[in-house]
Design a binder for this molecule. Structure first.
Ligand SMILES: [Fe+2]
Length: 210
């Protein structure tokens, strides 16, 4: 578990930058982690340094509470805390080799909700393709039930009381170097590196606190 309180640090990825080759390229992973995520961490630390009253909030609490913060810091905290959480989460659900598909109670839940794993895959891919501009597609639980949802920019399902169990970053910086504007190609590759064991763990964790 990466650090959840100010000052936030950018801990190394759990795998080498080239680990997801040939599906996700090394240069993209390097820039994504070392530059994009780093920038959100730096901005968030700066904001909290200037507003020490909020330093006691955990990363999740910052995201869940930002809409109630004073107007001038509400949006910047929401954007940057979201940028940290979303990227850490996205990086945590990838590995190679992937298990290919979920198993056990998660597979059962996917089949109950979407008919089949293939049915889920198509709906999830469509949701990710339909994100207009920058954002994420998510598999979440909501009162214990699976749902596919999307968020714009660095908004996060935690703001809506949903619990993320899988995420794909569809900002262009996540794929432009390798796939240029071909988001479909990127998504096809990304499906090859999903860490279903980790997703299953997130699923079980989300149910235990319902
Ligand atoms: Fe990103």
């Amino acid at each position: 578990m990466q650090n959840q309180y100010y000052p936030f640090i950018n801990e190394p990825l759990a795998y080498p930058y080239d680990f997801l080759e040939p599906y996700i390229d090394e240069e993209t992973m390097r820039l994504h982690h070392d530059k994009h995520l780093q920038a959100y961490i730096d901005h968030l630390n700066r904001l909290l340094q200037e507003h020490p009253g909020f330093q006691k909030f955990s990363l999740e609490q910052l995201i869940q509470s930002a809409s109630r913060f004073p107007k001038q810091i509400s949006r910047p905290i929401k954007n940057n805390a979201g940028g940290v959480y979303n990227h850490r989460f996205f990086f945590s659900v990838m590995t190679l080799p992937s298990q290919g598909m979920p198993s056990g109670i998660l597979l059962q839940a996917v089949e109950n909700k979407f008919g089949s794993f293939e049915g889920f895959r198509k709906l999830f891919q469509k949701a990710a393709l339909d994100v207009f501009g920058s954002g994420y597609a998510w598999l979440v639980t909501e009162r214990g039930r699976l749902n596919i949802t999307t968020t714009p920019n660095q908004d996060c399902p935690l703001q809506r009381g949903q619990k993320p169990i899988l995420a794909v970053d569809v900002w262009e910086h996540a794929y432009y170097l390798k796939n240029q504007n071909r988001r479909t190609e990127y998504l096809k590759n990304w499906f090859q590196v999903i860490d279903w064991e980790q997703v299953q763990q997130y699923y079980q964790d989300s149910l235990c606190c319902e």
